[in-house]
Design a protein around this ligand. Structure first.
Ligand code: NAP
Length: 312
C-alpha cells in the first residue's frame, strides 16, 4: 500500500489505518475478546494496514498494552503507532481533561511504557481542556519531538479556533475529528488543514457500522449504539434509506457500501488517512477493498446529494 506523509512530519503511514478502540476498549464495548483484538492488529500489520490508532482512554491503557504486546512480533518499520492522551481521574474518580505541558509529557512517558516502544509515531492531545493555551500544550509535544520520543504532533476534538491557536508555531501535523456522511460539519476545517499542510483524519467514519449498509430496521444494539440518536426511531429508518441509495454505486464497482463511503472520504481535501475500527480480523481485510474504488465525479455528486453537508 502506497504510504502517505502525516502533515509536515517524517512519518509515513498507510492511508487505510486501523481504529483500535475495540482492541481492549472494555470501557467502550461489552464482552471484548482480547485475543481477537490482538489478532485484528496482527492481521492489519501483515496486510499493510500499518498505522494503528489507539488512546489511553481505550480501556484505560489496556488497548495500548495489547498493541504493545502484538507489535513485538514485527519489526519497527512495519507499523506506526498513533496514541492520544488528555484524560485522568480525580480523587472522586471523575473523568477530567488536562492539556498542561507537564501532564502531557507524563502521558507520553506512560504510553511509551504501556506500548513498550522507544518512540510514538504520532501523539495527539485527545481533547482540549478549558485552561491551557493550546500553543503551550503543543510546545510541550514539540520538546518531546525534538527528543525523539514522538515523531509527529496531533490534536483531536479541537475547534477551528483551538486548532489555529495550537498551530501558531506551525507544529501541528494531524487533526483528528469526527467526520462522516451523517455529520459533515467539520468540513469547514478542510480549508485550514489544506493550506497548512495538516492531515485531517476522520473518526467514526462508518458511524459504528451504520454506514456499512449491514443493518435493518430490526437490528438491536446493546453498546454505544443504543445511545446514539442516529440509531433511534425514524432517524434510524431515514439513515437506512439513505445508505440503501448508495447500493447502486457500490454495485457498479462490485464492492460493498462501506467501501464507497470510505473511498468518498479519501476524495476530500487534506483527508489522506482513514481509521475504520474493526472487531474482527476479516473486517480489516474487507476495508482494504476501499483502495480499489475510484469514484467518478457524478458518483461523488450523487453522494453529496444523498448526504448534504448541512444535513444535521
Ligand atoms: P467506525 O469506524 O465508524 O465503526 C467501526 C465499527 O463498524 C466496527 O467496530 C464494526 O462494528 C463495523 N465495521 C467495521 N468495518 C466494517 C466493514 N467492513 N463492514 C461492516 N462493518 C464494519 O467507528 P469507531 O470504531 O468508533 O471509530 C474508528 C476509530 O476512530 C476508533 O477505533 C478510534 O481509533 C477512533 N476514534 C477516535 C475518537 C477521538 O475522540 N479521537 C473518537 C471515536 C473513535 P461491528 O462489527 O460491531 O458491527
Amino acid at each position: 500500500m502506497k504510504k502517505v506523509q502525516l502533515g509536515k512530519s517524517e512519518v509515513e503511514a498507510s492511508p487505510i489505518a486501523l481504529g483500535t478502540n475495540a482492541v481492549g476498549g472494555h470501557n467502550l464495548y461489552n464482552n471484548l475478546d482480547e485475543e481477537q483484538g490482538k489478532e485484528v492488529v496482527r492481521k492489519a500489520i501483515k496486510n499493510g494496514v500499518s498505522l494503528l490508532d489507539t488512546a489511553y482512554i481505550y480501556g484505560l491503557g489496556r488497548s495500548e498494552e495489547l498493541i504493545g504486546e502484538t507489535v513485538k512480533e514485527f519489526s519497527r518499520d512495519e507499523y506506526q503507532i498513533a496514541t492520544k492522551g488528555a484524560h485522568y481521574f480525580d480523587e472522586n474518580k471523575e473523568e477530567q481533561i488536562s492539556n498542561k505541558p507537564e501532564f502531557l509529557k507524563e502521558q507520553v512517558e506512560q504510553s511509551l511504557k504501556r506500548l513498550q516502544v522507544d518512540y510514538i509515531d504520532l501523539f495527539y492531545i485527545h481533547f482540549p481542556d478549558d485552561e491551557t493555551p493550546k500553543d503551550e500544550a503543543v510546545a510541550a509535544l514539540k520538546e518531546l519531538k525534538d527528543q525523539g520520543k514522538i515523531k509527529a504532533i496531533g490534536v483531536s476534538n479541537f475547534s477551528l479556533e483551538q486548532l489555529k491557536e495550537a498551530n501558531k508555531d506551525g507544529y501541528v501535523d494531524v487533526v483528528q475529528l469526527e467526520y462522516n456522511l451523517l455529520n459533515r460539519e467539520n468540513e469547514h476545517i478542510f480549508e485550514y488543514t489544506s493550506e497548512n499542510n495538516i492531515t485531517f483524519i476522520p473518526y467514526f467514519p462508518l458511524v459504528s457500522g451504520l454506514l456499512a449498509g449491514k443493518y435493518t430496521e430490526n437490528s438491536q444494539f446493546d453498546d454505544l449504539r443504543a445511545e446514539n440518536p442516529e440509531f433511534q426511531g425514524d432517524k434510524f429508518k431515514e439513515n437506512l434509506k439513505k445508505v440503501d441509495e448508495l447500493r447502486t454505486i457500490a454495485d457498479n464497482h462490485g464492492v460493498e457500501v462501506a467501501h464507497v463511503v470510505l473511498a468518498f472520504y479519501l476524495t476530500q481535501p487534506s483527508l489522506d488517512v482513514i481509521i475504520p475500527g474493526a472487531k474482527k480480523p476479516e473486517q480489516v481485510i474487507d476495508n482494504l477493498t476501499t483502495l480499489d474504488v475510484k469514484l467518478t465525479e457524478s458518483e461523488i455528486e450523487k453522494i453529496n446529494q444523498i448526504f448534504p453537508v448541512n444535513n444535521n
